[in-house]
Design a binder for this molecule. Structure first.
Ligand code: PMP
Length: 455
């Protein structure tokens, strides 16, 4: 190599080194400035804090995260007081039941608390198979599998089955867990208007042919509105367009149907018409966790491929035991389902009779009272709390602003007097808030937020 070539090469190497150094310096600068970004600098955090300060500015107590001092059911102990409680999923009133507590205690004695690790590596506990078999009995399905959370069940099932070439169409009121599952799957997503089969069919006709797999997801009883999905309509469309149908029965198990088997029993439909039965163990089953029931192939696939099963710890045996025992009570005491239905109907009819807006509710376990703006819903919930009732507001963004509500979960354990006096308290509070013109248009709220932002 001659001298000029050598000098040229050295110069190029120095240039390259300089580029590397500049890159390093830039990266250091970037990461230095990145390390200066605290979580409290994030716009998302600022928004949360601004909302918090806005409610302080408006002198409103926070109705969320109140600490309960005992096992809640139809009554709850909060701040040393006993309140009529309408904020519990314990639909069959089993949270205090001695049989459930005994089964749980016995299982702790046998298995301890933890399932140790993922069932893949830690091995099964006999109690898992027992729970899965009681769930397949309900759906008359080939198999079932349980997961550690209901939320996770939707996320991991949908994201395992669907991918970018596929289409998921769901009711617009679908729970957030389903939505997260679809996002994670990378599938195309469309919603159909709430319970509107014509809208669903329009989407199936226009978009169906361009996709490989199609999954339609709906809920037995809708968690925010308390109405029932049009399962016969969904099954009829499934026959015509050949999609997979998934039903989230979180709020329907133990609630719909004479024996509480859920929406298929309610409509007298063969459960095999639905490909994926999903549900949670946190409501009727008085435990924690989620499940899928369906064909053996579906369950085998999920047990092998669903991240939320393979890479997550097995359901704690004690939770499996509580769920098994609760499902046993459901089988043995169908009168609990009847009591739940009667209580829900009493609530709905009394509320409607006194002029409350109960939205779409059909009077099966979930009854909302629509209050209009979010702040009025919060104020009403706080005043109810003072008057001895625990019922929480559902506010924007969980529901659209203008449709904020108080949501009442009715259970088999409530009694009629409790229900009637609660409805009457709601009427008195909402009437007074209306007379005082209490409440804020979204313009008012915007103004407060802007004032806070400018400080
Ligand atoms: N699906 C629906 C319809 C729900 O309402 C919920 C929450 N209650 C879930 C899934 C998630 O269930 P879990 O709270 O048991 O995780």
């Amino acid at each position: 190599m001659n001298e000029s070539k050598r000098q040229d090469l050295l110069a190029r190497m120095r240039g390259m080194q300089k580029n590397v150094d500049t890159g390093r310096a830039l990266r250091a600068q970037v990461s230095e400035s990145r390390s200066q970004i605290g979580f409290d600098d994030l716009p998302e955090y600022k928004q949360v804090m601004m909302q918090k300060r806005a409610s302080e500015e408006l002198a409103m107590a926070n109705p969320f995260y109140r600490a309960h001092e005992g096992a809640s059911g139809a009554v709850a102990q909060i701040e040393g007081r006993e309140l009529d409680n309408f904020a519990s999923y314990d639909y069959l009133g089993l949270n205090h039941d001695p049989r459930i507590l005994a089964a749980a205690n016995e299982t702790i004695g046998q298995f301890g608390i933890s399932a140790s690790a993922s069932r893949v590596v830690a091995g099964e506990r006999t109690i898992h198979a027992e729970l899965e078999s009681s769930l397949s009995d309900i759906y008359r399905s080939e198999a079932a599998v349980v997961f550690v959370s209901g939320y996770l069940t939707n996320v991991t099932t949908i994201s395992t089955l669907m991918g970018p070439k596929d289409l998921v169409i769901h009711d617009e009121f679908m729970h957030n867990s389903g939505l997260t599952g679809v996002k994670l799957s990378g599938a195309n997503r469309r919603f159909f208007k709430h319970n509107d089969m014509a809208d669903l069919e329009r989407i199936l006709m226009t978009l169906g042919p361009q996709h490989e797999r199609i999954l339609v997801v709906s809920e037995g009883i809708f968690s925010m509105d308390g109405d029932v999905a049009d399962l016969p309509g969904l099954v009829a469309l499934k026959k015509k367009y050949n999609f997979w149908l998934m039903m989230d029965e979180a709020h329907s198990l133990g609630v719909l149907g004479e024996k509480g088997c859920g929406s298929f029993e309610h409509f007298g439909i063969d459960p095999s018409e639905v490909d994926i039965w999903m549900g949670t163990l946190s409501k009727t089953a008085c435990s924690c966790g989620g499940y899928i029931a369906g064909s053996q192939a579906l369950i085998t696939l999920l047990k092998a491929q669903a991240g939320g099963f393979v890479y997550s710890v097995g359901l704690a045996p004690v939770l499996a035991a509580s769920a098994i025992e609760s499902l046993k009570v459901l089988r043995q005491e169908p009168e609990r389902v009847r009591n739940l239905r009667r209580n829900s109907q009493v609530f709905l009819e009394h509320a409607r009779g006194l002029g409350l807006d109960t939205g779409l509710s059909e009077g099966f376990s979930v009854v909302p009272v629509i209050v209009a703006d979010s702040l009025r819903a919060v104020q009403a919930s706080n005043e109810l709390f003072e008057a001895g009732v625990n019922a929480l507001p559902i506010i924007y963004p969980a529901v659209p602003e203008g449709l904020a509500r108080l949501r009442f979960f009715i259970t088999a354990a409530h009694d009629e007097a409790q229900i009637r006096r609660t409805v009457e308290k709601v009427v008195a509070i909402l009437t007074r808030l209306k007379e005082q013109n209490f409440g804020f248009s979204s313009m008012d709220v915007q103004k407060v937020l802007m004032q806070l932002a400018s400080r």
